[in-house]
Structures are given as structure tokens and as C-alpha cells.
Ligand binder design. Structure first.
Ligand SMILES: [Zn+2]
Length: 166
């Protein structure tokens, strides 16, 4: 990379000291990456800042926005919502009926019915039209469902139907 020098850049002593400290801390890593001197470290740093200037500006804009308590609260609320949606399991057991169980699918944001029947394939997801989808798997992992079906003579092992009495 050809060099173009600034005639002189003077920085405040504290800035220089801070930069020098960072350089000292990261020297080993920098050298491995081919940045072998303090001046090339600074050049590199300036380059990174120039490259990311827009991103930094955007971040500052966001910070300014967040100074407004209403915006801040709305943002935090949205964040909590996202976090909750991310952390909570995809399915929620909603209701148990005589011949089916209703689940809440958080990803699809809808209710899904899984039906049980004495005839093959014995279990059927209303949404997927399958007996081996995630909804069926979740339904068959619910203790309440397993208990109810076992009481009717079904054998369920590891979320799979092994036997249904005729
Ligand atoms: Zn399904």
C-alpha cells in the first residue's frame, strides 16, 4: 500500500498514551496479523475508523434516539419481547381434549391441532397433514397426553407410538 503522510498530526498526550497502551496490549496479535509497528497500527486503526465511520455515526444516532425515555422504553420492551420469544420454547401446550390436543406454535403464531385416532396412522397433525412433524413430536412429549393415551392402552416410548390396541 503506498503511503501518503500527513504533514503532522498532533494528538493530546492522553490520546497518545491510550493508543500506545492499546498497541502494547495487542502487539502480539497485531504482529501475527502483519502489523509490526506502532505507526502501522495507527494507520490501520485510522483505516478501520474510516471504513466504519458510517456505522459509528449510525450508532451515535441510535444513542441520541435512546436519550428520549419514551423511545428507550419502547426499545427495551421490544428487546424483551424478542429475548422472550427467542428463549421460550417454540411450542406451548394449550389444551387437551378427548380426541386431540391443541398446541400454540410461537414460530407460526397460531394454534395447531394434533388428532389421535384408533386407526393408523393413529396420530395426525391437522396443519402439516403428517404423523411425524414437530407438532406431533411435541404432543407426544406431553406427560398429560401420554398418560391419557396410556390409560387407553396405547404404548408410547420416546415420543413414538409403539402400540395401539385394536
Ligand atoms: Zn405439524
Amino acid at each position: 500500500m503506498p503511503y501518503k503522510g500527513f504533514k503532522s498530526i498532533t494528538v493530546r498526550e492522553e490520546v497518545y498514551d491510550k493508543l500506545w497502551k492499546i498497541w502494547e496490549e495487542r502487539k502480539d496479535k497485531c504482529v501475527r496479523e502483519g502489523i509490526t509497528s506502532f505507526s502501522s497500527f495507527i494507520t490501520n486503526l485510522l483505516f478501520e475508523v474510516a471504513e466504519n465511520y458510517e456505522a459509528i455515526e449510525r450508532a451515535e444516532k441510535i444513542n441520541r434516539l435512546l436519550e428520549d425515555p419514551d423511545v428507550y422504553n419502547a426499545f427495551m420492551e421490544a428487546l424483551q419481547h424478542l429475548k422472550k420469544a427467542h428463549l421460550s420454547p417454540r411450542f406451548e401446550h394449550f389444551n387437551c381434549y378427548e380426541d386431540h390436543v391443541t398446541l400454540w406454535d410461537r414460530k407460526l403464531e397460531r394454534l395447531v391441532n394434533v388428532y389421535f385416532n384408533g386407526k393408523p396412522p393413529y396420530v395426525m397433525c391437522e396443519l402439516c397433514g403428517r404423523s411425524d412433524c414437530e407438532h406431533v413430536q411435541f404432543a407426544l412429549s406431553l406427560p398429560k397426553v401420554v398418560e391419557t393415551l396410556r390409560a387407553r392402552g396405547w404404548r408410547i416410548e420416546e415420543g413414538k407410538i409403539k402400540y395401539v390396541p385394536p
